[in-house]
Design a protein around this ligand. Structure first.
Ligand SMILES: [Zn+2]
Length: 157
């Protein structure tokens, strides 16, 4: 093998990323972490009902890999559902072809989703102006945050 595990392509980030069974006190609540690519595998296969081959292609992975991701996702969901555990959808090895940015001078570029999460762009890579804005809103309510609010600078231009 010796191949680096490439990020899986994901078209969709669920807006709700936490599911919790009712009636279980928090200290007793066990939590399962579903990665974003596992959620995507479930979405493609079980929601969109695509063939495994198609799913694998969409996610840019081999069929056996897809099958493994899907199996793990289903196993986790079953565990959560039947054993009353919470599910958190978070992290994983994936990339999104989203997040296009534009600067005040009209340059446009793409920012991989994972970069967005860790270090959102501050400057245009072409002309270095800080007057940039996303053309699409970044993922909603994603991750644990903890990045603190940015002060100052309301309005992009
Ligand atoms: Zn620019």
């Amino acid at each position: 093998m010796g191949r680096q595990s490439l990020p899986r392509r994901v078209d969709f980030i669920p807006q709700t990323t936490y599911f919790k069974p009712t009636g279980i006190p928090l200290p007793q609540l066990q939590e399962i972490c579903l990665s974003v690519e596992e959620a995507e595998a479930i979405r493609l296969k079980d929601l969109e009902r695509l063939e495994q081959e198609e799913c694998a292609q969409k996610m840019n992975i081999s069929r056996p890999t897809f099958s493994r991701v899907l199996g793990s996702a289903r196993q986790k969901m079953a565990d959560a559902l039947l054993n009353g555990k919470a599910i958190r959808i978070e992290g994983g090895n994936f990339e999104m072809a989203l997040s296009r940015f534009r600067c005040v001078n009209g340059h446009e570029w793409n920012v991989p989703f994972q970069v967005m999460i860790n270090t959102p762009p501050q400057f245009c890579p072409t002309c270095n102006t800080p007057s940039i804005m996303p053309l699409q809103p970044p993922g909603v309510g994603w991750g644990r945050g903890g990045r603190g609010q940015r002060h100052g600078r309301r309005g992009w231009w």
